[in-house]
Design a protein around this ligand. Structure first.
Ligand code: GTR
Length: 326
């Protein structure tokens, strides 16, 4: 080997070692959705911002498609510090963190704009701050459209049609009571089990937004989608408090800011994906029921509010949410 070649080889090794050494930390992030889904892409974008702003010292790796497990389990692992970052729905937090229930109440938000006003304002910050009491740091909210019922049996055009039907819900008592209040039977179940549960008739259907209905393939087994839009539950990005505490104050500020900065990008991706998913589902021949009177659905939710909004704190939050932007 010539001296020149040896030197070039050594320089290359130094470069690789230098590169590996420069990236001190790779934060592991979990998401139930597949690659390309707006939440996955938003966290990747946040990771790029963090890498840029730390000169490559910190990076984020997104483990999409539930590679690290179903949401409820990954939340526990994030609390233990096994997973650093987690993008999840607020729903599965309801039984852990009471305050998150207010964002999971049916029809609490009048529209996506209303939800944005609330989560972008002081109420959003107050609820993010609550995560610190549960081994987590709340970083940002992402969009999740509105959730509606889909099923394999028949077009649902009224509350009466739901009577006796079996629907999967996220693992939260609020959603169990919501379906019960409509006369249906709620089955809390991890997201990853829903497809085969509908296919085999263990349940009649579930409820979700356009992109989840489409990307999960549930539309292939549930041919009726009723746009009653009972829930607008934001997504949340949280960090393990254990991982957070290992960062310097400066890096914590960079992570927090990058998460906030990823929100606008996420909202753009979301709008585009909603339209694309709707088109795909319609093209597949799913019957979409749009002519639906929401009033009886809203009225049926009174017992759900009575049961879950009991403390003064939650009552006050609900009033403040309702007063926001009106
Ligand atoms: C989706 C949400 C996921 C997951 C899923 C579910 O809309 O983005 O985080 O919560 O719903 O129904 O389990």
């Amino acid at each position: 080997m010539t001296l020149k070649a040896t030197f070039a080889g050594a320089a290359m090794l130094a470069l690789i070692a230098g590169h590996a050494g420069a990236q001190d930390l790779v934060l592991k992030s979990s998401d139930t959705h597949p690659d390309g889904y707006p939440t996955v892409e938003a966290v990747k974008h946040m990771g790029e911002l963090i890498s840029e702003r730390t000169d490559g010292r910190i990076a984020v790796e997104v483990f999409h498609s539930a590679q690290l497990g179903e949401e409820k389990d990954t939340i526990e692992q994030t609390q233990f510090g096994v997973i650093d970052l987690n993008r999840v729905s607020l729903g599965p937090f309801n039984n852990i963190l009471e305050e998150t229930k207010v964002f999971s109440l049916p029809f609490i938000f009048r529209s996506t704009e209303h939800m944005h006003q609330v989560v972008d304002g002081p109420i959003g910050d107050e609820i993010l701050a609550e995560f610190e009491n549960h081994g987590l740091v709340g970083l940002a909210y992402y969009d999740s459209g509105s959730r509606s019922f889909y099923n394999r049996q028949k077009p649902i055009t009224s509350v009466e049609d739901i009577s006796g039907m079996k629907f999967r819900v996220m693992q939260s008592d609020v959603f169990v009571d919501m379906v019960d209040a409509l006369g249906g039977n709620a089955t809390p179940m991890p997201y990853g089990e829903v497809y085969s549960a509908i296919q085999t008739g263990v349940i009649d259907g579930a409820e979700n937004n356009w992109p989840s209905f489409e990307s999960s393939g549930h539309y292939e087994v549930a041919g009726y989608y009723t746009l009653n839009q009972h829930l607008i539950v934001p997504e949340v990005l949280v960090m393990s408090k254990t991982s957070w505490d290992k960062l310097s104050a400066e890096d914590q500020a960079i992570v927090r800011q990058a998460a906030k900065d990823s929100v606008a990008h996420m909202r753009e991706l979301w709008q585009a994906r909603e339209a694309a998913s709707e088109q795909k589902v319609r093209a597949a021949g799913v019957e979409i029921i749009t002519d639906i009177d929401k009033t009886p659905f809203i009225e049926a939710m009174v017992p759900v509010y009575e049961k879950h909004v009991t403390s003064e704190k939650l009552k006050d939050l609900v009033l403040r949410i309702q007063a926001t932007g009106s």
